[in-house]
Design a protein around this ligand. Sequence first.
Ligand code: BG6
Length: 480
Amino acid sequence: KRKQLGFPDHFLWGGATAANQCEGAHLEDGRGLGHIDLVPQGSERWNVMSGTLDSLQQKPNTYYPSMKGIDFYHHYKEDIALFAEMGFKVFRMSIDWARIFPLGIDEKPNEKGLQFYEDVFNELHLYGIEPLVTMTHYDIPLELVKRYNGWESRETIECFKKYVKTILTRYKGMVKYWLTFNEINCITSLPYYAAGVVIRSEEERLQQIYTAVHHELVASAWAVKIAHEIDKNNMVGCMLAAGVTYPYRCAPEDVWLAHASGRGKFFFSDVLVRGEYPEYKLKEFERIGFDIPFFKEDKEVLKNHTVDFISFSYYSSQLVCADQNVIAEKAEGNVFPTLRNPYLKEKDTAWKWQIDALGLRTTLNQFYERYQKPLFIAENGVGGIDTLENGRVHDEYHIHYLREHIKAMKDAITLDGVDLMGYTSWGCIDLVSASTGQMKKRYGYIYVDADDLGQGSYQRYKKDSFEWYKKVIATNGEDL
Ligand code: BG6
């Protein structure tokens, strides 16, 4: 029996993006406004994202970075050619719901929107690149937020089902790999950004959030059902913001807290992979007095339409401590709060996220041991400052971060036997940052000449990491 020494032969190497962070062209070809179009850059951004500040109307003197993105809408051919030059096997992108159903409630889809994605998929296939398509990367048509408060209302499920049926029918045979909701667990911290839910009052926050969570979970199961009915070859995954949670000390209280915090993420995959709410969550709901708004068909849909694989984003690990009196420094993180881990020796990223490559191996093992399902790393990477000089960008820090994380995933495959389908590093081309709305927080192998206020030529340039990643893919992860 041949022993597997490296990455599997058909490992899906590639990169990831999202419509609201790169397409731009926000009112072109019949598109409607999406709710993220009105999430501003600047000091109010986080309040809007977390649902405490309303952003339903456009305000003067405010910059809205999603409206312009990196103008992928007009550059997609050139961008895909660059991805192909790096040897991408897969490209993760999302479909923008408001481009297909401008108001979300429209009777008929917008043909020009449908055609745009068909053109993109055709272009990818010209180079033998498989699309991995997120049905909703946070964004929903603004009208659904205005009418229904986004995912808080049951009506949004029906609109979503119609949207999903439309795209799965139209792209049958063109797209095989689908993800339902991007980072579905982020709704608990970012109810507006991730689910279009404006929080009415702090007292109602949890009830509102868990109602929306239930609706998204059910909608995700419906999407799996519809996808399999339309084409049994479709493979549909869930997508979580992941990262192992460590206890600050070996005190049992810290170990327990780390375990309980980890459930905050696993809860979502527990439902979507196993098909029912786990006991620990039902008990928590009992304690907080939340009744899951089950409709009669929900349990059956959740139970019978579980996902084919699990995808996740990994940027770093988290650290928690049960004792408030322990003086531990806080650190920045993607979405979840964390303490600074004194054992992480790598210098923080420019946005002060901690770096923990081994944490990726642990995270992969946690998922695999829990579910024994194929996994996919849908996002991973580091955002930093790049300088364009004479058409070149020297971004050794990207290469270093990615190399260490790829080594960790190789260990998970070859030493632990984790079944990993592929890897799409985040922001393979520079794009608008989700948390800050800036352009200067750059993840890409490809530099885009645009600044935080959308000024610039939007020309694309290869960074040093471009050639490096090309070599990684050409050697199937052997030459790092
Ligand atoms: C993930 C999101 O949370 O992290 C992406 O799915 C996001 O949309 C990425 O861009 C990186 O975060 P940021 O804030 O650096 O853009």
